[in-house]
Design a protein around this ligand. Structure first.
Ligand code: FAD
Length: 496
């Protein structure tokens, strides 16, 4: 079967369904017809509140007004994630979206700092990071500067359900057709095995040339129909359950996510404008559901405003994210736990990849293979980054943490850790979502200290180095006093 692709059907109206529909229709315009099918009876997963900076590119491409978006989705600003009790109890560090210091050719700033530390300079990396300084001061405003040294990259915390609703309105204006109904049967071409139509409970038939499976964990098309199979990574990321519960908003809204390690997993605290999102991610082999529930409910810092919801998951990815004429996007494509808030981003990048490789003349195996190769690499890189948080820890106070330290990690990650430990060097591979700055912060934050620094750091005299660090610190500190608090910013900006 090699028919031109004229009609795209998105199955599912969760965050991934509506992001897919909005972005595909916005970019491909009248070259495709787009219909989205969703079932009110089934509903959406209803969690997922924290994002990473590329979400702003998505909103920009869609032409979304930021102030309106913040109002409609009850969003707050996110400058990074504060990891508490991860390296050991009582210790914390921020994985900020910024980069410390200033960029230098061939030599990262942290090499200079390491050398300075040997000259009795006791400062730490984060004192040179504007995101960290703003996060800790609870301040924010968009900083417009041509000088990259004072960039303040940010993302959002938002209500993903409200975001999906917002994108629905947006998509329908672009011409996306929404069909409400429960898919009961899926028709396939007897020769190619390609999906030809969805049969709904109300008797309606939805035909299509290309199907985007956004049906959630079950993967109605990619798995239940096409039996694509799943690569299980639960030996690497052993948490397999989460309990989520919203609580009342706090007086002061932090501009960062909090991730607090517990004895068999970790807890998130995400501030929104109207409430706090809370959840505990845990390993059911190390902790009972009741223990997890008690830990979460005993650690809320405001009153719960709904019943807690238990979610089971299996970490891993589909062997093929694109199989025949079905492309799995969102939870149907695989799952990496929300430690670094990457799921919504994976939706965005899968849609962008599909746009680049869009098979308008018909499905061809080289496009499919390329899509699957890039998707696999992206999932693996994020997996490694998540494993780093668990594995590089000094915690041994529970069976869970002892298992994490002893776990056999992927060779790709072991290599990265080893090279950093020995020499402080970091390399960004094949469009890795996480920059050197991210790897650096998490490696240092989790207690991996390089034994050496780059010899370029020795080419500066002691005085020059000390003066340079003093100046960078001063430049990074300078904007803080002038910025409004995060809450003042939200109030002023959302009024626009
Ligand atoms: P769903 O929301 O499950 O939507 C599935 C859709 O398919 C629904 O519309 C449903 O009606 C439809 N459907 C299913 N079957 C049928 C049928 N037979 N007929 C018709 N329609 C059907 N991501 C982040 O980026 N940041 C986070 O902080 C974050 N936190 C998370 C925390 C947890 C505990 C979990 C589990 C996930 C988290 N995620 C997070 C991931 C995020 O929730 C999902 O990526 C996102 O919500 C996308 O879900 P989805 O649209 O793929 O699936």
């Amino acid at each position: 079967m090699n028919n031109p692709i004229k009609k795209v059907v998105v199955l599912g109206g969760g965050t991934s369904g509506w992001i897919s529909a909005a972005l595909l229709k916005k970019i491909l315009g009248s070259s495709i017809q787009l219909e989205l099918v969703e079932s009110d009876d089934i509903g959406t997963i209803g969690v997922g509140e924290a994002t990473i900076p590329p979400i702003r590119h998505l909103n920009n491409v869609l032409g979304i007004n930021e102030a309106e978006f913040l109002r409609e989705t009850k969003a707050t600003i996110k400058l990074g994630i504060n990891f508490e009790d991860w390296k050991n109890r009582g210790h914390s560090y921020l994985h900020s979206f910024g980069a410390a210091g200033k960029s230098l050719a061939f030599c990262h700033f942290h090499h200079l700092l390491k050398r300075a530390n040997q000259l009795e300079d006791g400062s730490h990396l984060w004192q040179y990071d504007l995101n960290y300084l703003c996060a800790k001061a609870g301040k924010f405003a968009q900083i417009k500067s041509k000088d990259p040294i004072i960039e303040l990259p940010y993302a959002y915390h938002f209500d993903a359900g409200l975001y999906a609703k917002y994108l629905r309105k947006f998509s329908e204006k672009l011409g996306v057709i929404r069909t409400e109904g429960l898919v009961e049967h899926v028709e396939q071409c007897p020769t190619s095995g390609h999906i030809t139509s969805l049969k709904l409970k109300n008797g309606q038939t939805v035909n299509g040339d290309l199907f985007i499976d956004c049906s959630g964990f079950r993967g109605l098309l990619i798995q239940e129909k096409l039996r694509t199979g799943y690569e299980d990574w639960s030996h690497l990321l052993q948490c397999d359950r989460a309990i989520a519960v919203p609580s009342e908003r706090l007086d002061k809204t932090l501009p960062y996510t909090r991730s607090i390690a517990h004895s068999a997993g970790w807890q998130w605290r995400i501030p929104l404008q109207h409430r706090n999102g809370n959840g505990l991610v845990y390993s059911s082999s190390h902790c009972s559901d009741q223990q997890a529930m008690d830990t979460l409910m005993g650690n809320l810092d405001s009153k719960a405003i709904a019943d807690p919801k238990v979610i089971r998951f299996q970490t891993g990815r589909r062997y093929q994210q694109w199989n025949k004429n079905v492309i799995a996007i969102g939870l149907s494509s695989g799952f990496l736990e929300p430690l670094e808030s990457t799921s919504i981003h994976l939706v965005q990048s899968a849609v962008v990849r599909l746009v680049h490789l869009f098979p308008h003349l018909g499905i061809n195996s080289s496009l499919v293979d390329e899509f699957n190769k890039q998707s696999a690499t992206e999932f693996e890189q994020i997996r490694d980054f998540l494993v780093l948080h668990y594995h590089a820890t000094e915690r041994t106070d529970s069976d869970f943490w002892q298992d994490m330290c002893q776990m056999k990690i992927p060779d790709s990650l072991a290599h990265k850790i080893e090279i950093f430990k020995q020499s402080g060097r970091l390399f960004r591979e094949q469009n890795d979502l996480f920059t050197d700055s991210s790897w650096l912060q998490v490696m240092l934050g989790q207690g991996i200290i390089p034994q050496d620094y780059h010899p370029i750091a020795d080419t500066m005299s002691d005085e020059k180095l000390t003066e340079m660090l003093r100046k960078v610190k001063e430049i990074k500190q300078a904007p803080i006093d002038k910025l409004p608090s995060h809450d003042e910013f939200l109030t002023m900006y959302c009024r626009q």
